[in-house]
Design a protein around this ligand. Sequence first.
Ligand code: CA
Length: 224
Amino acid sequence: MKILVVEDEAAMNAFLVQALKSENHIVDSARDGEEGSFLARTNEYDLILLDYMLPKINGLEVIREIRAEKNSTPIIMLTVRSELDDKISALELGGDDYLTKPFSMAELSARINAVGRRPKIKETKTLSCGQISIDPENFSVHHRGKSVNLTSKEFSLLAFMVKNQGKVLSRTKILEAVWDINGDPFSNTIEMHILKLRKKLNDKKQKIISTLPGRGYKLEAPRV
Ligand code: CA
């Protein structure tokens, strides 16, 4: 396999490169997020090992940049235990797996083999509503042909609404689908996210996402 290692700690980086080479992989390495993202986007790799805490841009941002270019190279995140929440975000953002430091070479090899066994071309189903199109595989959203930059929660919310376009979605339904069981139904989280989505979709007149007082929200293609 051709593998990209993105890890800023010199000793860890050298260890991974050496160990992978000794298992007959072809290895490139980067020491910061910017270089890692650049290499990932300009070369063809079979796998990327990506540290989370990186200089210049962090691992999550690197995933976002890679996936934004419709690049579906498998990514294994390397994290430390305290970054648990970020691991979840990494998976939401399109990382394929993660390993908690410290890990043994045997563990890493097992994960690499598992990723290698996965079918390389996954079916990509684009969701759309009017001029909005969503590519769930690559975490990208386009509106009127322009790329829209969303946070992972905004993305999940929009994807859920597009999947259920034309239906009235109650706050409870949205909360269950997009937030976890700890989501507080009385907080204004949903309102805040709807507000941000409208802003990013330039939906000032609420023609895309409408509010139905006391019932919820509805997303539909604006009538021209
Ligand atoms: Ca690091």
